[in-house]
Design a binder for this molecule. Structure first.
Ligand code: AMP
Ligand code: TRP
Length: 359
């Protein structure tokens, strides 16, 4: 069965971009068709300035919203990254396979580091190595498919490269994963700045629809969306990004096609109104389920506890195999077979090395 893994960072309130680009597919398709794991990647939330209490709160909220958006613990595994040590264990090994140049080429790193540099600030080392941790998230589970939005495609590509390189150097250990992108809304744009991604760490929040925004707030944000000059409703991502974004959001919410929808509308106002209502309707059931789940926090905790246990069982053998393949000596408490093999084949060579150095 295909193995699917994806994650979401608890760095801000989840947005319509997260939902249309990733979460909705996880619930509607992935969990039914594959052996799927979904993870609140809290270690990733420590790569930029953070407030410990806020990360804790947002981690719980992200898990609750994932359940509210339809993830079913009977069908998939939902857990928090820091509850499973295998991610950090494997990340270090992959740091010994990845190169500095490779890390510095990552678009997201370049953008964030440049922004901090402009303010005279340096970034955390973990921001540079974050794609390696993400690769570890993916490779630890023998993942085939990684359903993400377009912004993550480069990181998944890196995970592929690292898997191939590790396998070539140290023997076949990892499945080589690939990114799967949604057909519409792979990149939902900020409503105020439609050339920028709708991201959860936005400073003003005016151009960002959050999953927990009240219907009236959603309507206001969509009605105030920046559109392009001109009158005709046409679908052109390059020349008319504001309009294209609304058409894509409407298409994603109603199951339509942005190109076809552009022919239906004669005015921007009518398009905005329908888009606002479509978004409100898509969010309504998610918000209702979220409210119910908040009334029963024990339920979410139980799901996360069982999820972490299941995830550990899956990741452990792969990460242990990677430790052995790369040349780390198994501890005596590991299985007898592994220790036996290690001492037999390794002892002679090790002694020779020690003697050589001593001379
Ligand atoms: P993040 O918010 O960076 O943790 O992203 C979690 C998931 O949501 C990833 O698969 C992203 O690619 C996806 N995602 C985030 N923002 C957007 C967006 N504006 N449009 C489409 N997908 C997005
Ligand atoms: N880096 C991803 C993001 O910002 C989140 C993430 C972390 C992830 N680990 C992952 C996504 C593994 C898919 C698979 O969206």
């Amino acid at each position: 069965m295909t193995r699917v893994f994806s994650g979401i960072q608890p760095t801000g309130h989840l947005t319509l971009g997260n939902y249309l680009g990733a979460m909705r597919r996880w619930a509607a398709a992935d969990q039914h068709q594959a052996d799927a794991l979904f993870c609140v990647v809290d270690l990733h939330a420590l790569t930029m300035d953070h407030d410990p209490a806020r990360v804790r709160r947002l981690s719980r909220q992200a898990a609750t919203l994932l359940l509210a958006s339809g993830l079913d613990p009977e069908l998939c595994t939902l857990f928090v990254q820091s509850h499973v040590d295998e991610h950090a264990r494997l990340s270090y090994l992959l740091e010994c396979v990845a190169t500095d140049g490779e890390m510095r080429r990552m678009i997201q790193y370049k953008e964030k580091a440049a922004k901090e540099a402009a303010r005279g600030r340096s970034v955390r080392v973990s921001l540079l190595t974050y794609p390696v941790l993400m690769a570890a998230d993916i490779l630890a589970y023998g993942t085939d498919d990684v359903p993400v939005g377009e912004d993550q495609a480069q990181h998944v590509e890196l995970a592929r490269d690292l898997a191939v390189r590790f396998n070539q150097r140290y023997g076949h250990t990892f499945t080589v994963p690939r990114a799967t992108l949604p057909q519409v809304a792979a990149r939902v744009m900020n409503l105020q700045e439609p050339t920028r991604k709708m991201g959860k760490s936005d400073e003003s929040g005016l151009g960002v629809v959050y999953l927990l925004d009240e219907p009236d707030v959603v309507r206001k944000k969509v009605m105030r969306a920046v559109t392009d000059s001109g009158r005709e409703v046409v679908y052109d991502r390059e020349e008319r990004p504001g309009l294209a974004n609304l058409l894509e959001i409407l298409a994603a919410c109603t199951g339509g096609n942005p190109e076809a929808l552009s022919g239906v509308y004669e005015s921007y106002g009518a398009l905005k109104k329908d888009t606002a209502e479509a978004v409100v309707e898509v969010l309504r059931p998610v918000q209702e389920r979220h409210r119910d789940l908040c009334a029963d926090p024990g339920q979410v905790e139980g799901v996360l506890r069982d999820g972490a246990e299941k995830a550990r069982t899956i990741a452990r053998p792969t990460v242990d195999a990677a430790y052995r393949a790369i040349g780390l000596l198994p501890a005596a408490s590991d299985t007898g077979a592994a220790v036996g093999a290690g001492t037999e084949t390794g002892a002679g060579t090790d002694t020779a090395v020690v003697l050589n150095t001593a001379r």
